[in-house]
Design a protein around this ligand. Structure first.
Ligand SMILES: Cc1ncc(COP(=O)(O)O)c(C=O)c1O
Length: 371
């Protein structure tokens, strides 16, 4: 049997005709940028997340970049995030001269450790923004993080690129701080057919500035008050995302059913399974296990026709691009430990039970355990 980490074509098979009809409708309408579809999707997405505003942009990276600049960050300011995230969390702002500072993670949620954040903010000056990442679809400890940041006058932008529909204490992530960034990269829990992203916020100031930044700093036609970009979520993507948004909760439930099966099959193995805090609703964008013998297990699964990935093999502070920041190996022990042990197993809403069982039982076989 062949099992891939994702299966995008199969995931949308039950709405394929609806997507094609919508594509044709938008094509024939002849309005492709900042029209009725993008406005309708922004309204639907902000209603779904529970924020006053949403601004569609070109990617998750652009959502972080425009979001950070809409908070008035400028070159020389600092922001704090974790080292075990996608490089984009840091690079979206560091390319504008805004300096990343890292904070280690917890070993259960793999997210920013609020105690370490509190310690860091006491000693490090110049941090203007904190970017907690709801990694793999598990929410961060937002009450603690927001509290600490308020005490230090630091703004908070959630990186919710992997967590569409995740809940923190019954509330959707993406509406728990000053603003949030979402990605609609095709493999995400809510993905489009190219690149796309969204900023969500309750702040009118951030909203207005983000609207300008995404269209050449324009306040009205041919009036440019600030420097900006060209970064919009286009009409076709927005129209297709509106259809897919209605499926998001049921797709997330399917992911959770797959997780339930994995857990049932793997509970008694040496594998460290993903954790879900009692206050969290994890949406399992990725199903990340931890094992000491990572390379051997990945090789064994590959021989069985099962693809796996590593999110992420090198913590950001050890990437070549950030050598200039001066971090050494050993600076963030938890992130470094985790990066050497993690494997992302296949998970996607249309994954069949026999595929999940095949993956799980292959892992049991690797450990010489009965199916
Ligand atoms: C945690 C995280 N942040 C940021 C991004 C960047 O999003 P995009 O690929 O849409 O630019 C991604 C996705 O790739 C991500 O997983």
């Amino acid at each position: 049997m062949e099992v891939n980490v994702f299966n995008l074509e199969r995931d949308h098979s039950d709405i394929k005709e609806e997507l094609i009809d919508k594509f044709r409708e938008v094509l024939e309408r002849g309005e492709y940028i900042l029209g009725s579809e993008s406005k309708a999707f922004e309204d639907a997405f902000s209603a779904y997340i529970g924020t006053k505003y949403a601004v569609g942009v070109g990617s998750g990276t652009d959502a972080l970049k425009i979001g950070g600049l809409a908070c008035n960050l400028k070159a020389g300011d600092k922001f704090v995030t974790t080292p075990n995230t996608y490089i984009s969390t840091a690079m979206s702002l560091s390319i504008h001269g805004i300096v990343p500072v890292f904070c280690d993670i917890e070993l259960d949620t793999y997210n920013m450790d609020p105690e370490m954040l509190a310690h860091l903010l006491k000693k490090e000056r110049g941090i203007k923004l904190c970017i907690p990442v709801h990694l793999y679809g598990h929410p961060c400890k937002m009450d603690e993080i927001v509290d600490i940041c308020i005490r230090h006058g630091v703004m908070v932008m959630e990186d919710a690129c992997q967590a569409h529909g995740a809940l923190y204490k019954e509330r959707k992530v993406g509406g728990l701080s000053d603003l949030a960034a979402f990605s609609f990269y095709p493999t995400k829990n809510l993905g489009c057919y190219g690149d796309g992203g969204m900023i969500t916020t309750n702040s009118e100031d951030i909203y207005k500035k983000a609207l300008m930044l995404r269209i050449y700093g324009q306040s009205s036609k041919h009036v440019h008050d600030i420097e900006g970009f060209n970064s919009r979520l286009d009409e076709i993507q927005a129209a297709l995302l509106s259809i897919k948004l209605k499926k998001l909760d049921s797709w997330n439930k399917k992911r959770r059913h797959i997780v339930w099966l994995y857990r049932r099959e793997l509970e008694d193995t040496p594998v460290i399974l993903p954790y879900e805090a009692p206050w969290a609703y994890h949406v399992y964008h990725l199903y990340v296990i931890r094992v000491k013998e990572r390379d051997e297990l990945m090789g064994f699964l590959k021989e069985k026709g099962i693809s796996t990935l590593i999110h992420y093999p090198t913590p950001i502070h050890l990437q070549e691009v950030y050598k200039r920041l001066g971090y050494k190996k050993g600076a963030f022990l938890n992130a470094e430990k985790v990066s050497a042990e993690i494997i992302s197993l296949p998970i996607y809403p249309s994954m069949k039970e026999d595929e999940v069982l095949y993956v799980a039982r292959s892992i049991r076989e690797f450990y010489g355990m009965k199916a």
